[in-house]
Design a binder for this molecule. Structure first.
Ligand SMILES: Nc1ncnc2c1ncn2[C@@H]1O[C@H](COP(=O)(O)OP(=O)(O)O)[C@@H](O)[C@H]1O
Ligand SMILES: [Mg+2]
Length: 582
């Protein structure tokens, strides 16, 4: 717990000055509030001696002035403290987003996006409530509570003693209910995260759901989850609903005691009428802190629980980052890639995805990687831009271990088209220019033509300004892939990685795109992954992967002559083409 809140303290510490001023406002506002009954006490005692219009006016004005001043400080107290809580929330959100951006692919493999969203919204607001109202009302409650009791004691220790007898009961019920409310609230928040994740996955996979006519099933699942949410909330209400009436009852008993015992003291002339009036006012004032205390406690419990969940994300290790003594070479990389005895196992996997793999890719050359699905092609490609980290001393760019290179620099040297393309909800032009500042329309046109995207774009209503994604048109798989290729070409990096990025275009288009890419590839070091032999025949070297190991390597012609796995792949492909053609 200590370690948990250490990070939170750091956020609070940043606003130390403001917080001190805020707490001072709370204290001043309360000092004024607590002074009000004293004014009334003097007023009553004085008026008891004889009422004059002048006296009445004076006391009314004084009370008015005190109330006004109290109001002004209460306004400052809210403005300062709540303002700070919003600023802390702002800082936290920024840090959370930044951290989420840095977390490695493996983190997202184990965590559902919907859950992260729930934490970033619901939990974040619970933390803010703790930092703002939580702090403000805590100081408020304690200050008013202590001051009221002290001033009541000053009036009559005896009556105070009796009227405060129910107080331990109040403390007990605050503790009793607080504990239960906290537990129920916890389970509600956790469940809400599950609902959010369910909805998010369903909306993302809406097409699959529809295609399999699973709307009913999914809806039934949702109903069940939502029902559970309702039940848990009702359970919370059952507990918290009993809490406040219980407190009111106890405060009613206290008021009764005050009226009875206090009244007797007045009759016996032990206290004045003014003191009696002030006493009951203080007792009334005490009601609020007692009730608020329960609320403040639950604010803190919720806030801390929510903070725990946010802290869990913030503590997740951004393991893939620039090493302390990393190198950042001047200018561009030449693009030589060397892989030495690479064996790579995914975190948590039992068997290695790549085993004892070695490759030399001279700067400016093209290496093609072919092999069956699951043979490790994508795994190999991902290790270069450090989507996952290979063991030390296995993957080198320009003779330097990629683990020892500045991460930003390394990634800037690589244009990577992943197997699964992702387009943002933006225009086509914006999607192509992603990550490139100030791309001109002409440049976008140029890469669009090379990627064979331009003919399609001509047919779109607003051409390059057409919006794609969630709020625009839906592109075909092939169009998406070509957009991704154009995006990679625009980056103009010395290394180009194409991971099966032509799988959704037909053989003819594939041929045309590759032909267009030839010029681009000569300028760069290129690694092309394909499951089709037709896509790789012109590469300087071709390696065939199987079960994570290189089983054959050579040029297209050499491999065909050899009559091994590559020749087999080629034969199957030709057969398929003939069947398609016939
Ligand atoms: N993120 C991952 N976590 C664990 N195992 C993975 C992951 N990605 C791929 N694998 C496994 O690694 C092997 C190689 O996969 P992959 O490199 O995607 O093959 P290919 O790209 O050749 O189809 C497969 O057995 C696959 O199940
Ligand atoms: Mg793959």
């Amino acid at each position: 717990m200590q370690k948990r809140t250490a990070r939170l303290h750091a956020y609070l510490a940043r606003h130390r000055g403001g917080l001190a001023w805020g707490v001072a406002c709370v204290l001043i506002a309360n000092a004024i509030v607590v002074a009000q009954p004293q004014v009334l006490r003097f007023a009553v005692d004085d008026l008891y001696q004889g009422v004059t219009a002048q006296k009445l006016g004076r006391y009314a004005l004084t009370l008015f002035g005190v109330a006004l001043l109290g109001g002004i400080f209460k306004y400052f107290m809210r403005q300062v403290v709540i303002g700070i809580s919003r600023r802390i929330e702002y800082d936290l959100r920024n840090d959370l987003f930044e951290h989420l951006q840095r977390l490695p692919a493996s983190y997202y493999q184990d965590t559902r996006i919907g859950e992260i969203m729930a934490r970033a919204t619901n939990d974040m607001s619970a933390v803010r409530m703790m930092m703002g109202p939580g702090i403000m009302y805590f100081v408020n409650t304690v200050a008013v509570g202590v001051a009221s009791i002290v001033l009541m004691f000053a009036i009559s220790p005896r009556v105070t003693f009796y009227t405060l007898l129910p107080l331990p009961l109040v403390s007990f019920s605050v503790w009793f209910f607080g504990e239960r409310i906290h537990r129920r609230f916890e389970s509600i928040q956790a469940h809400f995260a599950r609902i959010a994740a369910h909805v998010q996955e369903n909306l993302s996979g809406l097409r699959v759901v529809r295609a399999f006519a699973l709307e009913r099933v999914q809806h039934a699942d949702f109903l069940r989850l939502n029902r559970e949410y309702l039940d848990r909330n009702v359970a919370l209400i059952r507990t918290s609903g009993a809490f406040y009436p219980a407190l009111s009852f106890l405060s009613g008993v206290a008021a009764l005691l005050a009226l009875f015992l206090g009244g007797r003291e007045v009759i016996k002339d032990r206290i004045s009428l003014g003191e009696f009036v002030a006493f009951t006012w203080y007792l009334g004032m005490l009601n609020w802190p007692v009730v608020a205390l329960g609320w403040v406690i639950s604010l803190w419990q919720r806030g801390l629980a929510s903070w725990g969940r946010i802290d869990e994300i913030l503590s997740a290790d951004a393991s893939i980052r620039t090493a302390p003594n990393a190198r950042k070479p001047e200018g561009r990389a030449s693009g030589e890639i060397v892989i030495r005895n690479l064996t790579f196992t995914y975190p948590g996997a039992r068997e290695p995805a790549l085993s004892n793999l070695s490759l030399d890719v001279p700067a400016g050359s093209t290496l093609a990687i072919v092999g069956r699905t699951g043979s490790g092609k994508s795994s190999l490609i991902q290790l270069l831009p450090r989507v996952f980290d290979a063991p030390r001393g296995t993957v080198f760019l320009d003779g330097i271990d990629v683990l020892d290179l500045d991460l930003q620099w390394l990634r800037a040297q690589i244009a990577y088209v992943p197997q699964e393309t992702f387009l943002f909800s933006a225009t086509l032009a914006e999607n192509v220019a992603f990550g490139v500042d100030h791309a001109t329309a002409a440049e976008i046109e140029r890469v669009g033509a090379i990627a064979h995207l331009s003919p399609d774009v001509e047919r779109f209503p607003k051409r390059w300004e057409t919006r794609v994604g969630e709020r625009g048109i839906t592109l075909s798989g092939g169009q998406k892939q070509r957009t991704a290729i154009a995006r990679a070409l625009l980056r103009d990096s010395p290394v180009l990685l194409l991971d099966d990025c032509l799988s959704s275009v037909d053989t003819h288009t594939e041929h045309e795109i590759l032909h267009g890419l030839e010029g681009e590839m000569r300028k760069r070091t290129a690694l092309i992954v394909s499951h089709r032999v037709s896509a790789v025949r012109d590469a300087d070297e071709i390696v065939v992967l199987d079960h994570g190991a290189v089983v054959e390597r050579g040029t297209h012609d050499a491999l065909l002559t050899r009559g091994g796995r590559y020749a087999e792949l080629q034969r199957v492909e030709q057969l398929e083409e003939e069947i398609e053609a016939s």
